[in-house]
Ligand binder design. Structure first.
Ligand code: FAD
Ligand code: MG
Length: 358
């Protein structure tokens, strides 16, 4: 599999040297690479370094993504920490956490509490029951069967961060043992991409030659520094009814993380009903809060990704409150196409048609 990713990376490495016009000298370049990670497309653009250095940065970013998946987050690969934690469920001994995982879980548990249980990384049993991993971009399928009420109840009985033997949560650190009850399974799908962006940001911050960068990872985007032409970053917000087009753009300066959770990202349809992948732990069913997408603008990738999932489930009223508690901005697109956004978001968002295209 590693070979596949490497081939994809090399095949997708598109390098563009950009000359600075008007100043009479060749500027630092702009470089772009595409890759596949965490079941989605990754696109990285960096501005500033020489070609060779840019290639090294892309390699390092690829290693970060691979290692995050293979060593930490995958629920399928035996090499990962999440796999080992899940395998230890019910054995009474648990698994000693790495410093990184302790920190991630601490953030996730805090979000669980603040979202009153809407965001919950212990939903593995429920996510597996719905077979979300097997849903592609949302083909109509006559074969799809929603789980029965009985199986939902059984799976929900094996979910719930409040059952995790980790408290007090502020003492989580390297070596803390996580004791999952029998049958409970972690699923960090809701924060994986955001965490990846946070890690790539750390890499960029150690590279003085990089004056700017933008990273697209599925529905999550990282902006960093500035563009070569000094212009702002323009990040499109997908139209839930036609995700290939935008309903508007965010205009950003410097470092931001933009994370979107939407019912169009991963779903199946049967008989005109859409079953999507963001589950309400109160019912076990796809969340039905009148929201088609929730976009979070935050400084931190992990938190932004978690918040976008939580806000999607909570809906606009409680979601606005939750995002505000974390100092993040939020934009909801509702079922009827209406926008609801935090006050601070208004300074960044412009609706399509009200300003030049991105
Ligand atoms: P988000 O809204 O950020 O998260 C939704 C996901 O979070 C759901 O898919 C579910 O996993 C989980 N979730 C659902 N409800 C809740 C809730 N209430 N609280 C907390 N979490 C919830 N996809 C593939 O097709 N193939 C792969 O090989 C693959 N590998 C992956 C490996 C890793 C390490 C990660 C992180 C993801 C991978 N994915 C893969 C994608 C994954 O299956 C999800 O589709 C993806 O993470 C969803 O991200 P999102 O930003 O679209 O949605
Ligand atoms: Mg998320």
């Amino acid at each position: 599999m590693k070979g596949f990713f490497r081939t994809m990376f090399l095949a997708g490495l598109v390098v563009l040297a950009v000359l600075c016009c008007g100043c009479g000298r060749e500027s630092a370049g702009a470089w772009e690479a595409v890759d596949v990670a965490m079941g989605t497309m990754v696109r990285l653009k960096v501005y500033g370094p020489e070609e060779e250095r840019a290639g090294e940065i892309f390699s390092q970013a690829r290693e970060i993504l691979q290692s995050l998946e293979e060593d930490e987050l995958s629920w399928r690969l035996e090499t990962s920490e999440v796999y080992r934690i899940n395998a230890s469920a019910g054995d009474g001994k648990g698994e000693a956490l790495s410093a990184e995982m302790a920190q991630v879980l601490q953030t996730c548990l805090e979000l669980y509490e603040k979202s009153e249980g809407a965001f919950d990384v212990t939903l593995g049993a429920l996510v597996r029951l719905w077979k979300i991993d097997s849903w592609a971009g949302g083909a109509e399928t006559g074969e799809f069967q929603a789980p029965s009420a009985g199986s939902l109840e059984e799976a929900l009985g094996r979910c719930g961060s409040s059952m995790v033997g980790l408290l007090p949560k502020d003492s989580w650190q390297e070596g803390t043992r996580l004791l999952l009850p029998e049958g409970m399974q972690l699923d960090l799908g809701a924060v994986g991409k955001g965490l990846a962006l946070s890690r790539i940001l750390e890499l960029l911050e150690e590279e003085p030659e990089v004056s700017g960068a933008v990273v697209y990872l599925g529905g999550s985007v990282l902006t960093y520094g500035s563009r070569l032409d000094g212009g702002s970053w323009k990040i499109g917000i997908a139209d839930p009814s036609d995700p290939s087009s935008s309903v508007g753009i965010l205009t950003l300066e410097g470092q931001w993380c933009v994370s979107t959770s939407g019912d169009y990202e991963r779903y199946v349809e049967r008989d005109g009903v859409r079953w999507h992948h963001i589950l309400d732990p109160a019912t076990g069913l796809p969340a039905d809060s009148g929201v088609r997408s929730a976009t979070i603008l935050s400084r931190d990738g992990l938190l932004g990704d978690g918040l976008s999932t939580a806000c999607f489930i909570l809906g606009p009223e409680k979601g606005l409150e939750l995002a505000g508690e974390y100092g993040a901005e939020v934009l909801f697109i509702l079922d009827d196409g209406e926008f609801v956004m935090s006050e601070g978001m208004e300074a960044f968002f412009s609706e399509a048609g009200r300003q030049g295209s991105p």
